[in-house]
Design a protein around this ligand. Structure first.
Ligand code: PA5
Length: 447
């Protein structure tokens, strides 16, 4: 099976290869710390061995539950926020036909999302859309207490029960949460929903290869076995015994960390295939929540090229030189399309006639890379052989592993997110949530 490759040659203007390789020992220590479970956040390392430790029974349970939803629903609403929905959306968007939702001959239920915002119009429009449709709900919250998904679920549950009645709607609601704690856990137990457990030692943003990601992905008709296989192969290829030079997660972590130390504070993840948009959103959450703490950490941004070459492209080429770019490059597209010949050639494109559209895209990619490097933007290239389940599985695990190593290089705990609490505390105080009386009084003095 082909592997994902990393190319750091175009990142070597500001930092040298020697500098990166000088990090090998430190990186190896970080990997050993991860694998021995002796570092910061060591109670959240379950994700490390998820791909190799998932059992056949667990996979079958997910597949069967997915099949039930696939046969009973036209639409499945995935309720969750942050790590509880981004992994599923990243994979589903990447591996689903761009126009499948508009097809009259649908093979898979439509997957839509809720609980990742508190937009009243969004929820109104969603419930209007669901009227007279056979829909189901996958409600995901590790803590089981997050406001956004809890609010959306309350509304959607009412809608479903209003049409189907309590007993029937139960068959179309799945809860994915902690094994014993949180409001969602007790609600699921009391209502008798089919439940999947998010392991205690797996944090939200590292949970895509648990039922959190796998169930919605399977409902969308995507082969989760190949996804897991890709991740399992990457687990092996980035293991503790793999030498630095052969470990792409180690090289990526060391390179971005050296770039950061040299003053490149912003990493832009770029792609040349629109289906990667939400892979970048997932990546931003993974790295942003893992590294951005103690007033340290690379700021993560993303662009979709060539689309954004006509917007953020200007800034990247000539704005403040505080950025580096990581490009996800796909070696081979899944479909073939050639530029047609045109008799009149009024658009002047006949010089491309007979060429693959992907060839044009690749030249845009290369041209952009060279222009950005010339403009002072170091470039890391991550090449995936083809966009499919197997290689996406590799990519997800690669980014997770590199993220954990990067966090340890930065000497932060990559597995907590204390900063997320600040807005919640203020929101609860402003909403006069019981238990927040003191905070409510205090915050009112600031208004
Ligand atoms: O990565 C994380 O831990 C967070 O982004 C969570 O996934 C997010 O806050 C949602 O939390 P929960 O699943 O507890 O509702």
């Amino acid at each position: 099976m082909k592997k994902i490759k990393i190319d750091i040659n175009k990142a070597l203007e500001i930092i040298s290869k020697e500098q990166i390789y000088a990090q090998a020992k430190k990186v190896q220590q970080c990997i050993e710390t991860l694998h021995s479970g002796t570092g910061k956040g060591n109670d959240f390392l379950g994700w490390l061995s998820l791909p190799s430790s998932i059992t056949e029974d667990e996979i079958v349970d997910i597949e069967n539950t997915a099949q039930n939803l696939r046969t009973s629903c036209e639409v499945v609403v995935v309720v969750g926020i942050g790590g509880s929905y981004l992994g599923a959306k990243a994979v589903i968007d990447a591996l689903t036909g761009s126009f499948e939702q508009f097809s009259t001959d649908k093979k898979n239920p439509l997957i839509v999302y809720a609980g990742h915002n508190i937009g009243e119009d969004y929820l109104y429009e969603l419930t209007s859309f669901l009227k007279n449709k056979k829909f189901g709900i996958i409600n995901i919250s590790k803590s089981g207490t997050t406001t956004e998904p809890a609010l959306a679920f309350r509304i959607l549950k009412k809608e479903l029960e209003a049409t189907l009645g309590k007993a029937e709607s139960k068959k179309r609601i799945i809860a994915i949460t902690d094994k014993s704690r949180g409001a969602l856990c007790s609600l699921a137990q009391q209502e008798g929903y089919k439940t999947f457990v998010i392991p205690d030692n797996v944090g939200g943003r590292f949970s895509v290869l648990t039922p959190v990601g796998l169930l919605p992905i399977a409902v969308a008709g995507i082969n989760i076995r190949q996804l897991i296989q890709g991740a399992a192969d990457m687990e092996k290829n980035t293991g503790v015994e793999i030498p630095f030079a052969d470990n792409i997660a180690a090289i990526y972590a060391a390179t971005r960390n050296e770039l950061y130390k040299s003053g490149k504070k912003i990493e832009i993840l770029a792609n040349f295939h629109p289906k990667f948009h939400f892979v970048s959103e997932w990546w931003k959450q993974l790295y942003g929540e893992s590294e951005g703490k103690e007033h340290k950490g690379i700021f993560n941004a993303s662009v979709d090229f060539t689309t954004d070459l006509h917007s953020m492209g200007q800034w990247i080429q000539e704005g403040e030189r505080s950025i580096f770019e990581t490009v996800i490059s796909v070696a081979n597209p899944n479909h073939k399309m050639e530029v047609p010949t045109d008799e009149k050639d009024l658009d002047g494109l006949n010089f491309l006639a007979g060429k693959r559209v992907d060839y044009v895209n690749k030249m845009a990619e290369l041209g952009t890379l060279l222009a950005h490097v010339d403009g002072g933007v170091p470039n890391i290239k991550i090449e995936i052989p083809q966009l499919n389940e197997y290689h996406l599985g590799q990519l997800l695990y690669f980014f997770e592993k590199a993220c954990a190593i990067s966090g340890y290089l930065l000497e932060v705990n990559p597995f907590d997110q204390p900063g997320v609490e600040a807005y919640k505390k203020n929101m609860f105080a402003l909403l006069n949530k019981p238990g927040f009386e003191e905070e409510s009084k205090a915050i009112k003095t600031k208004l």
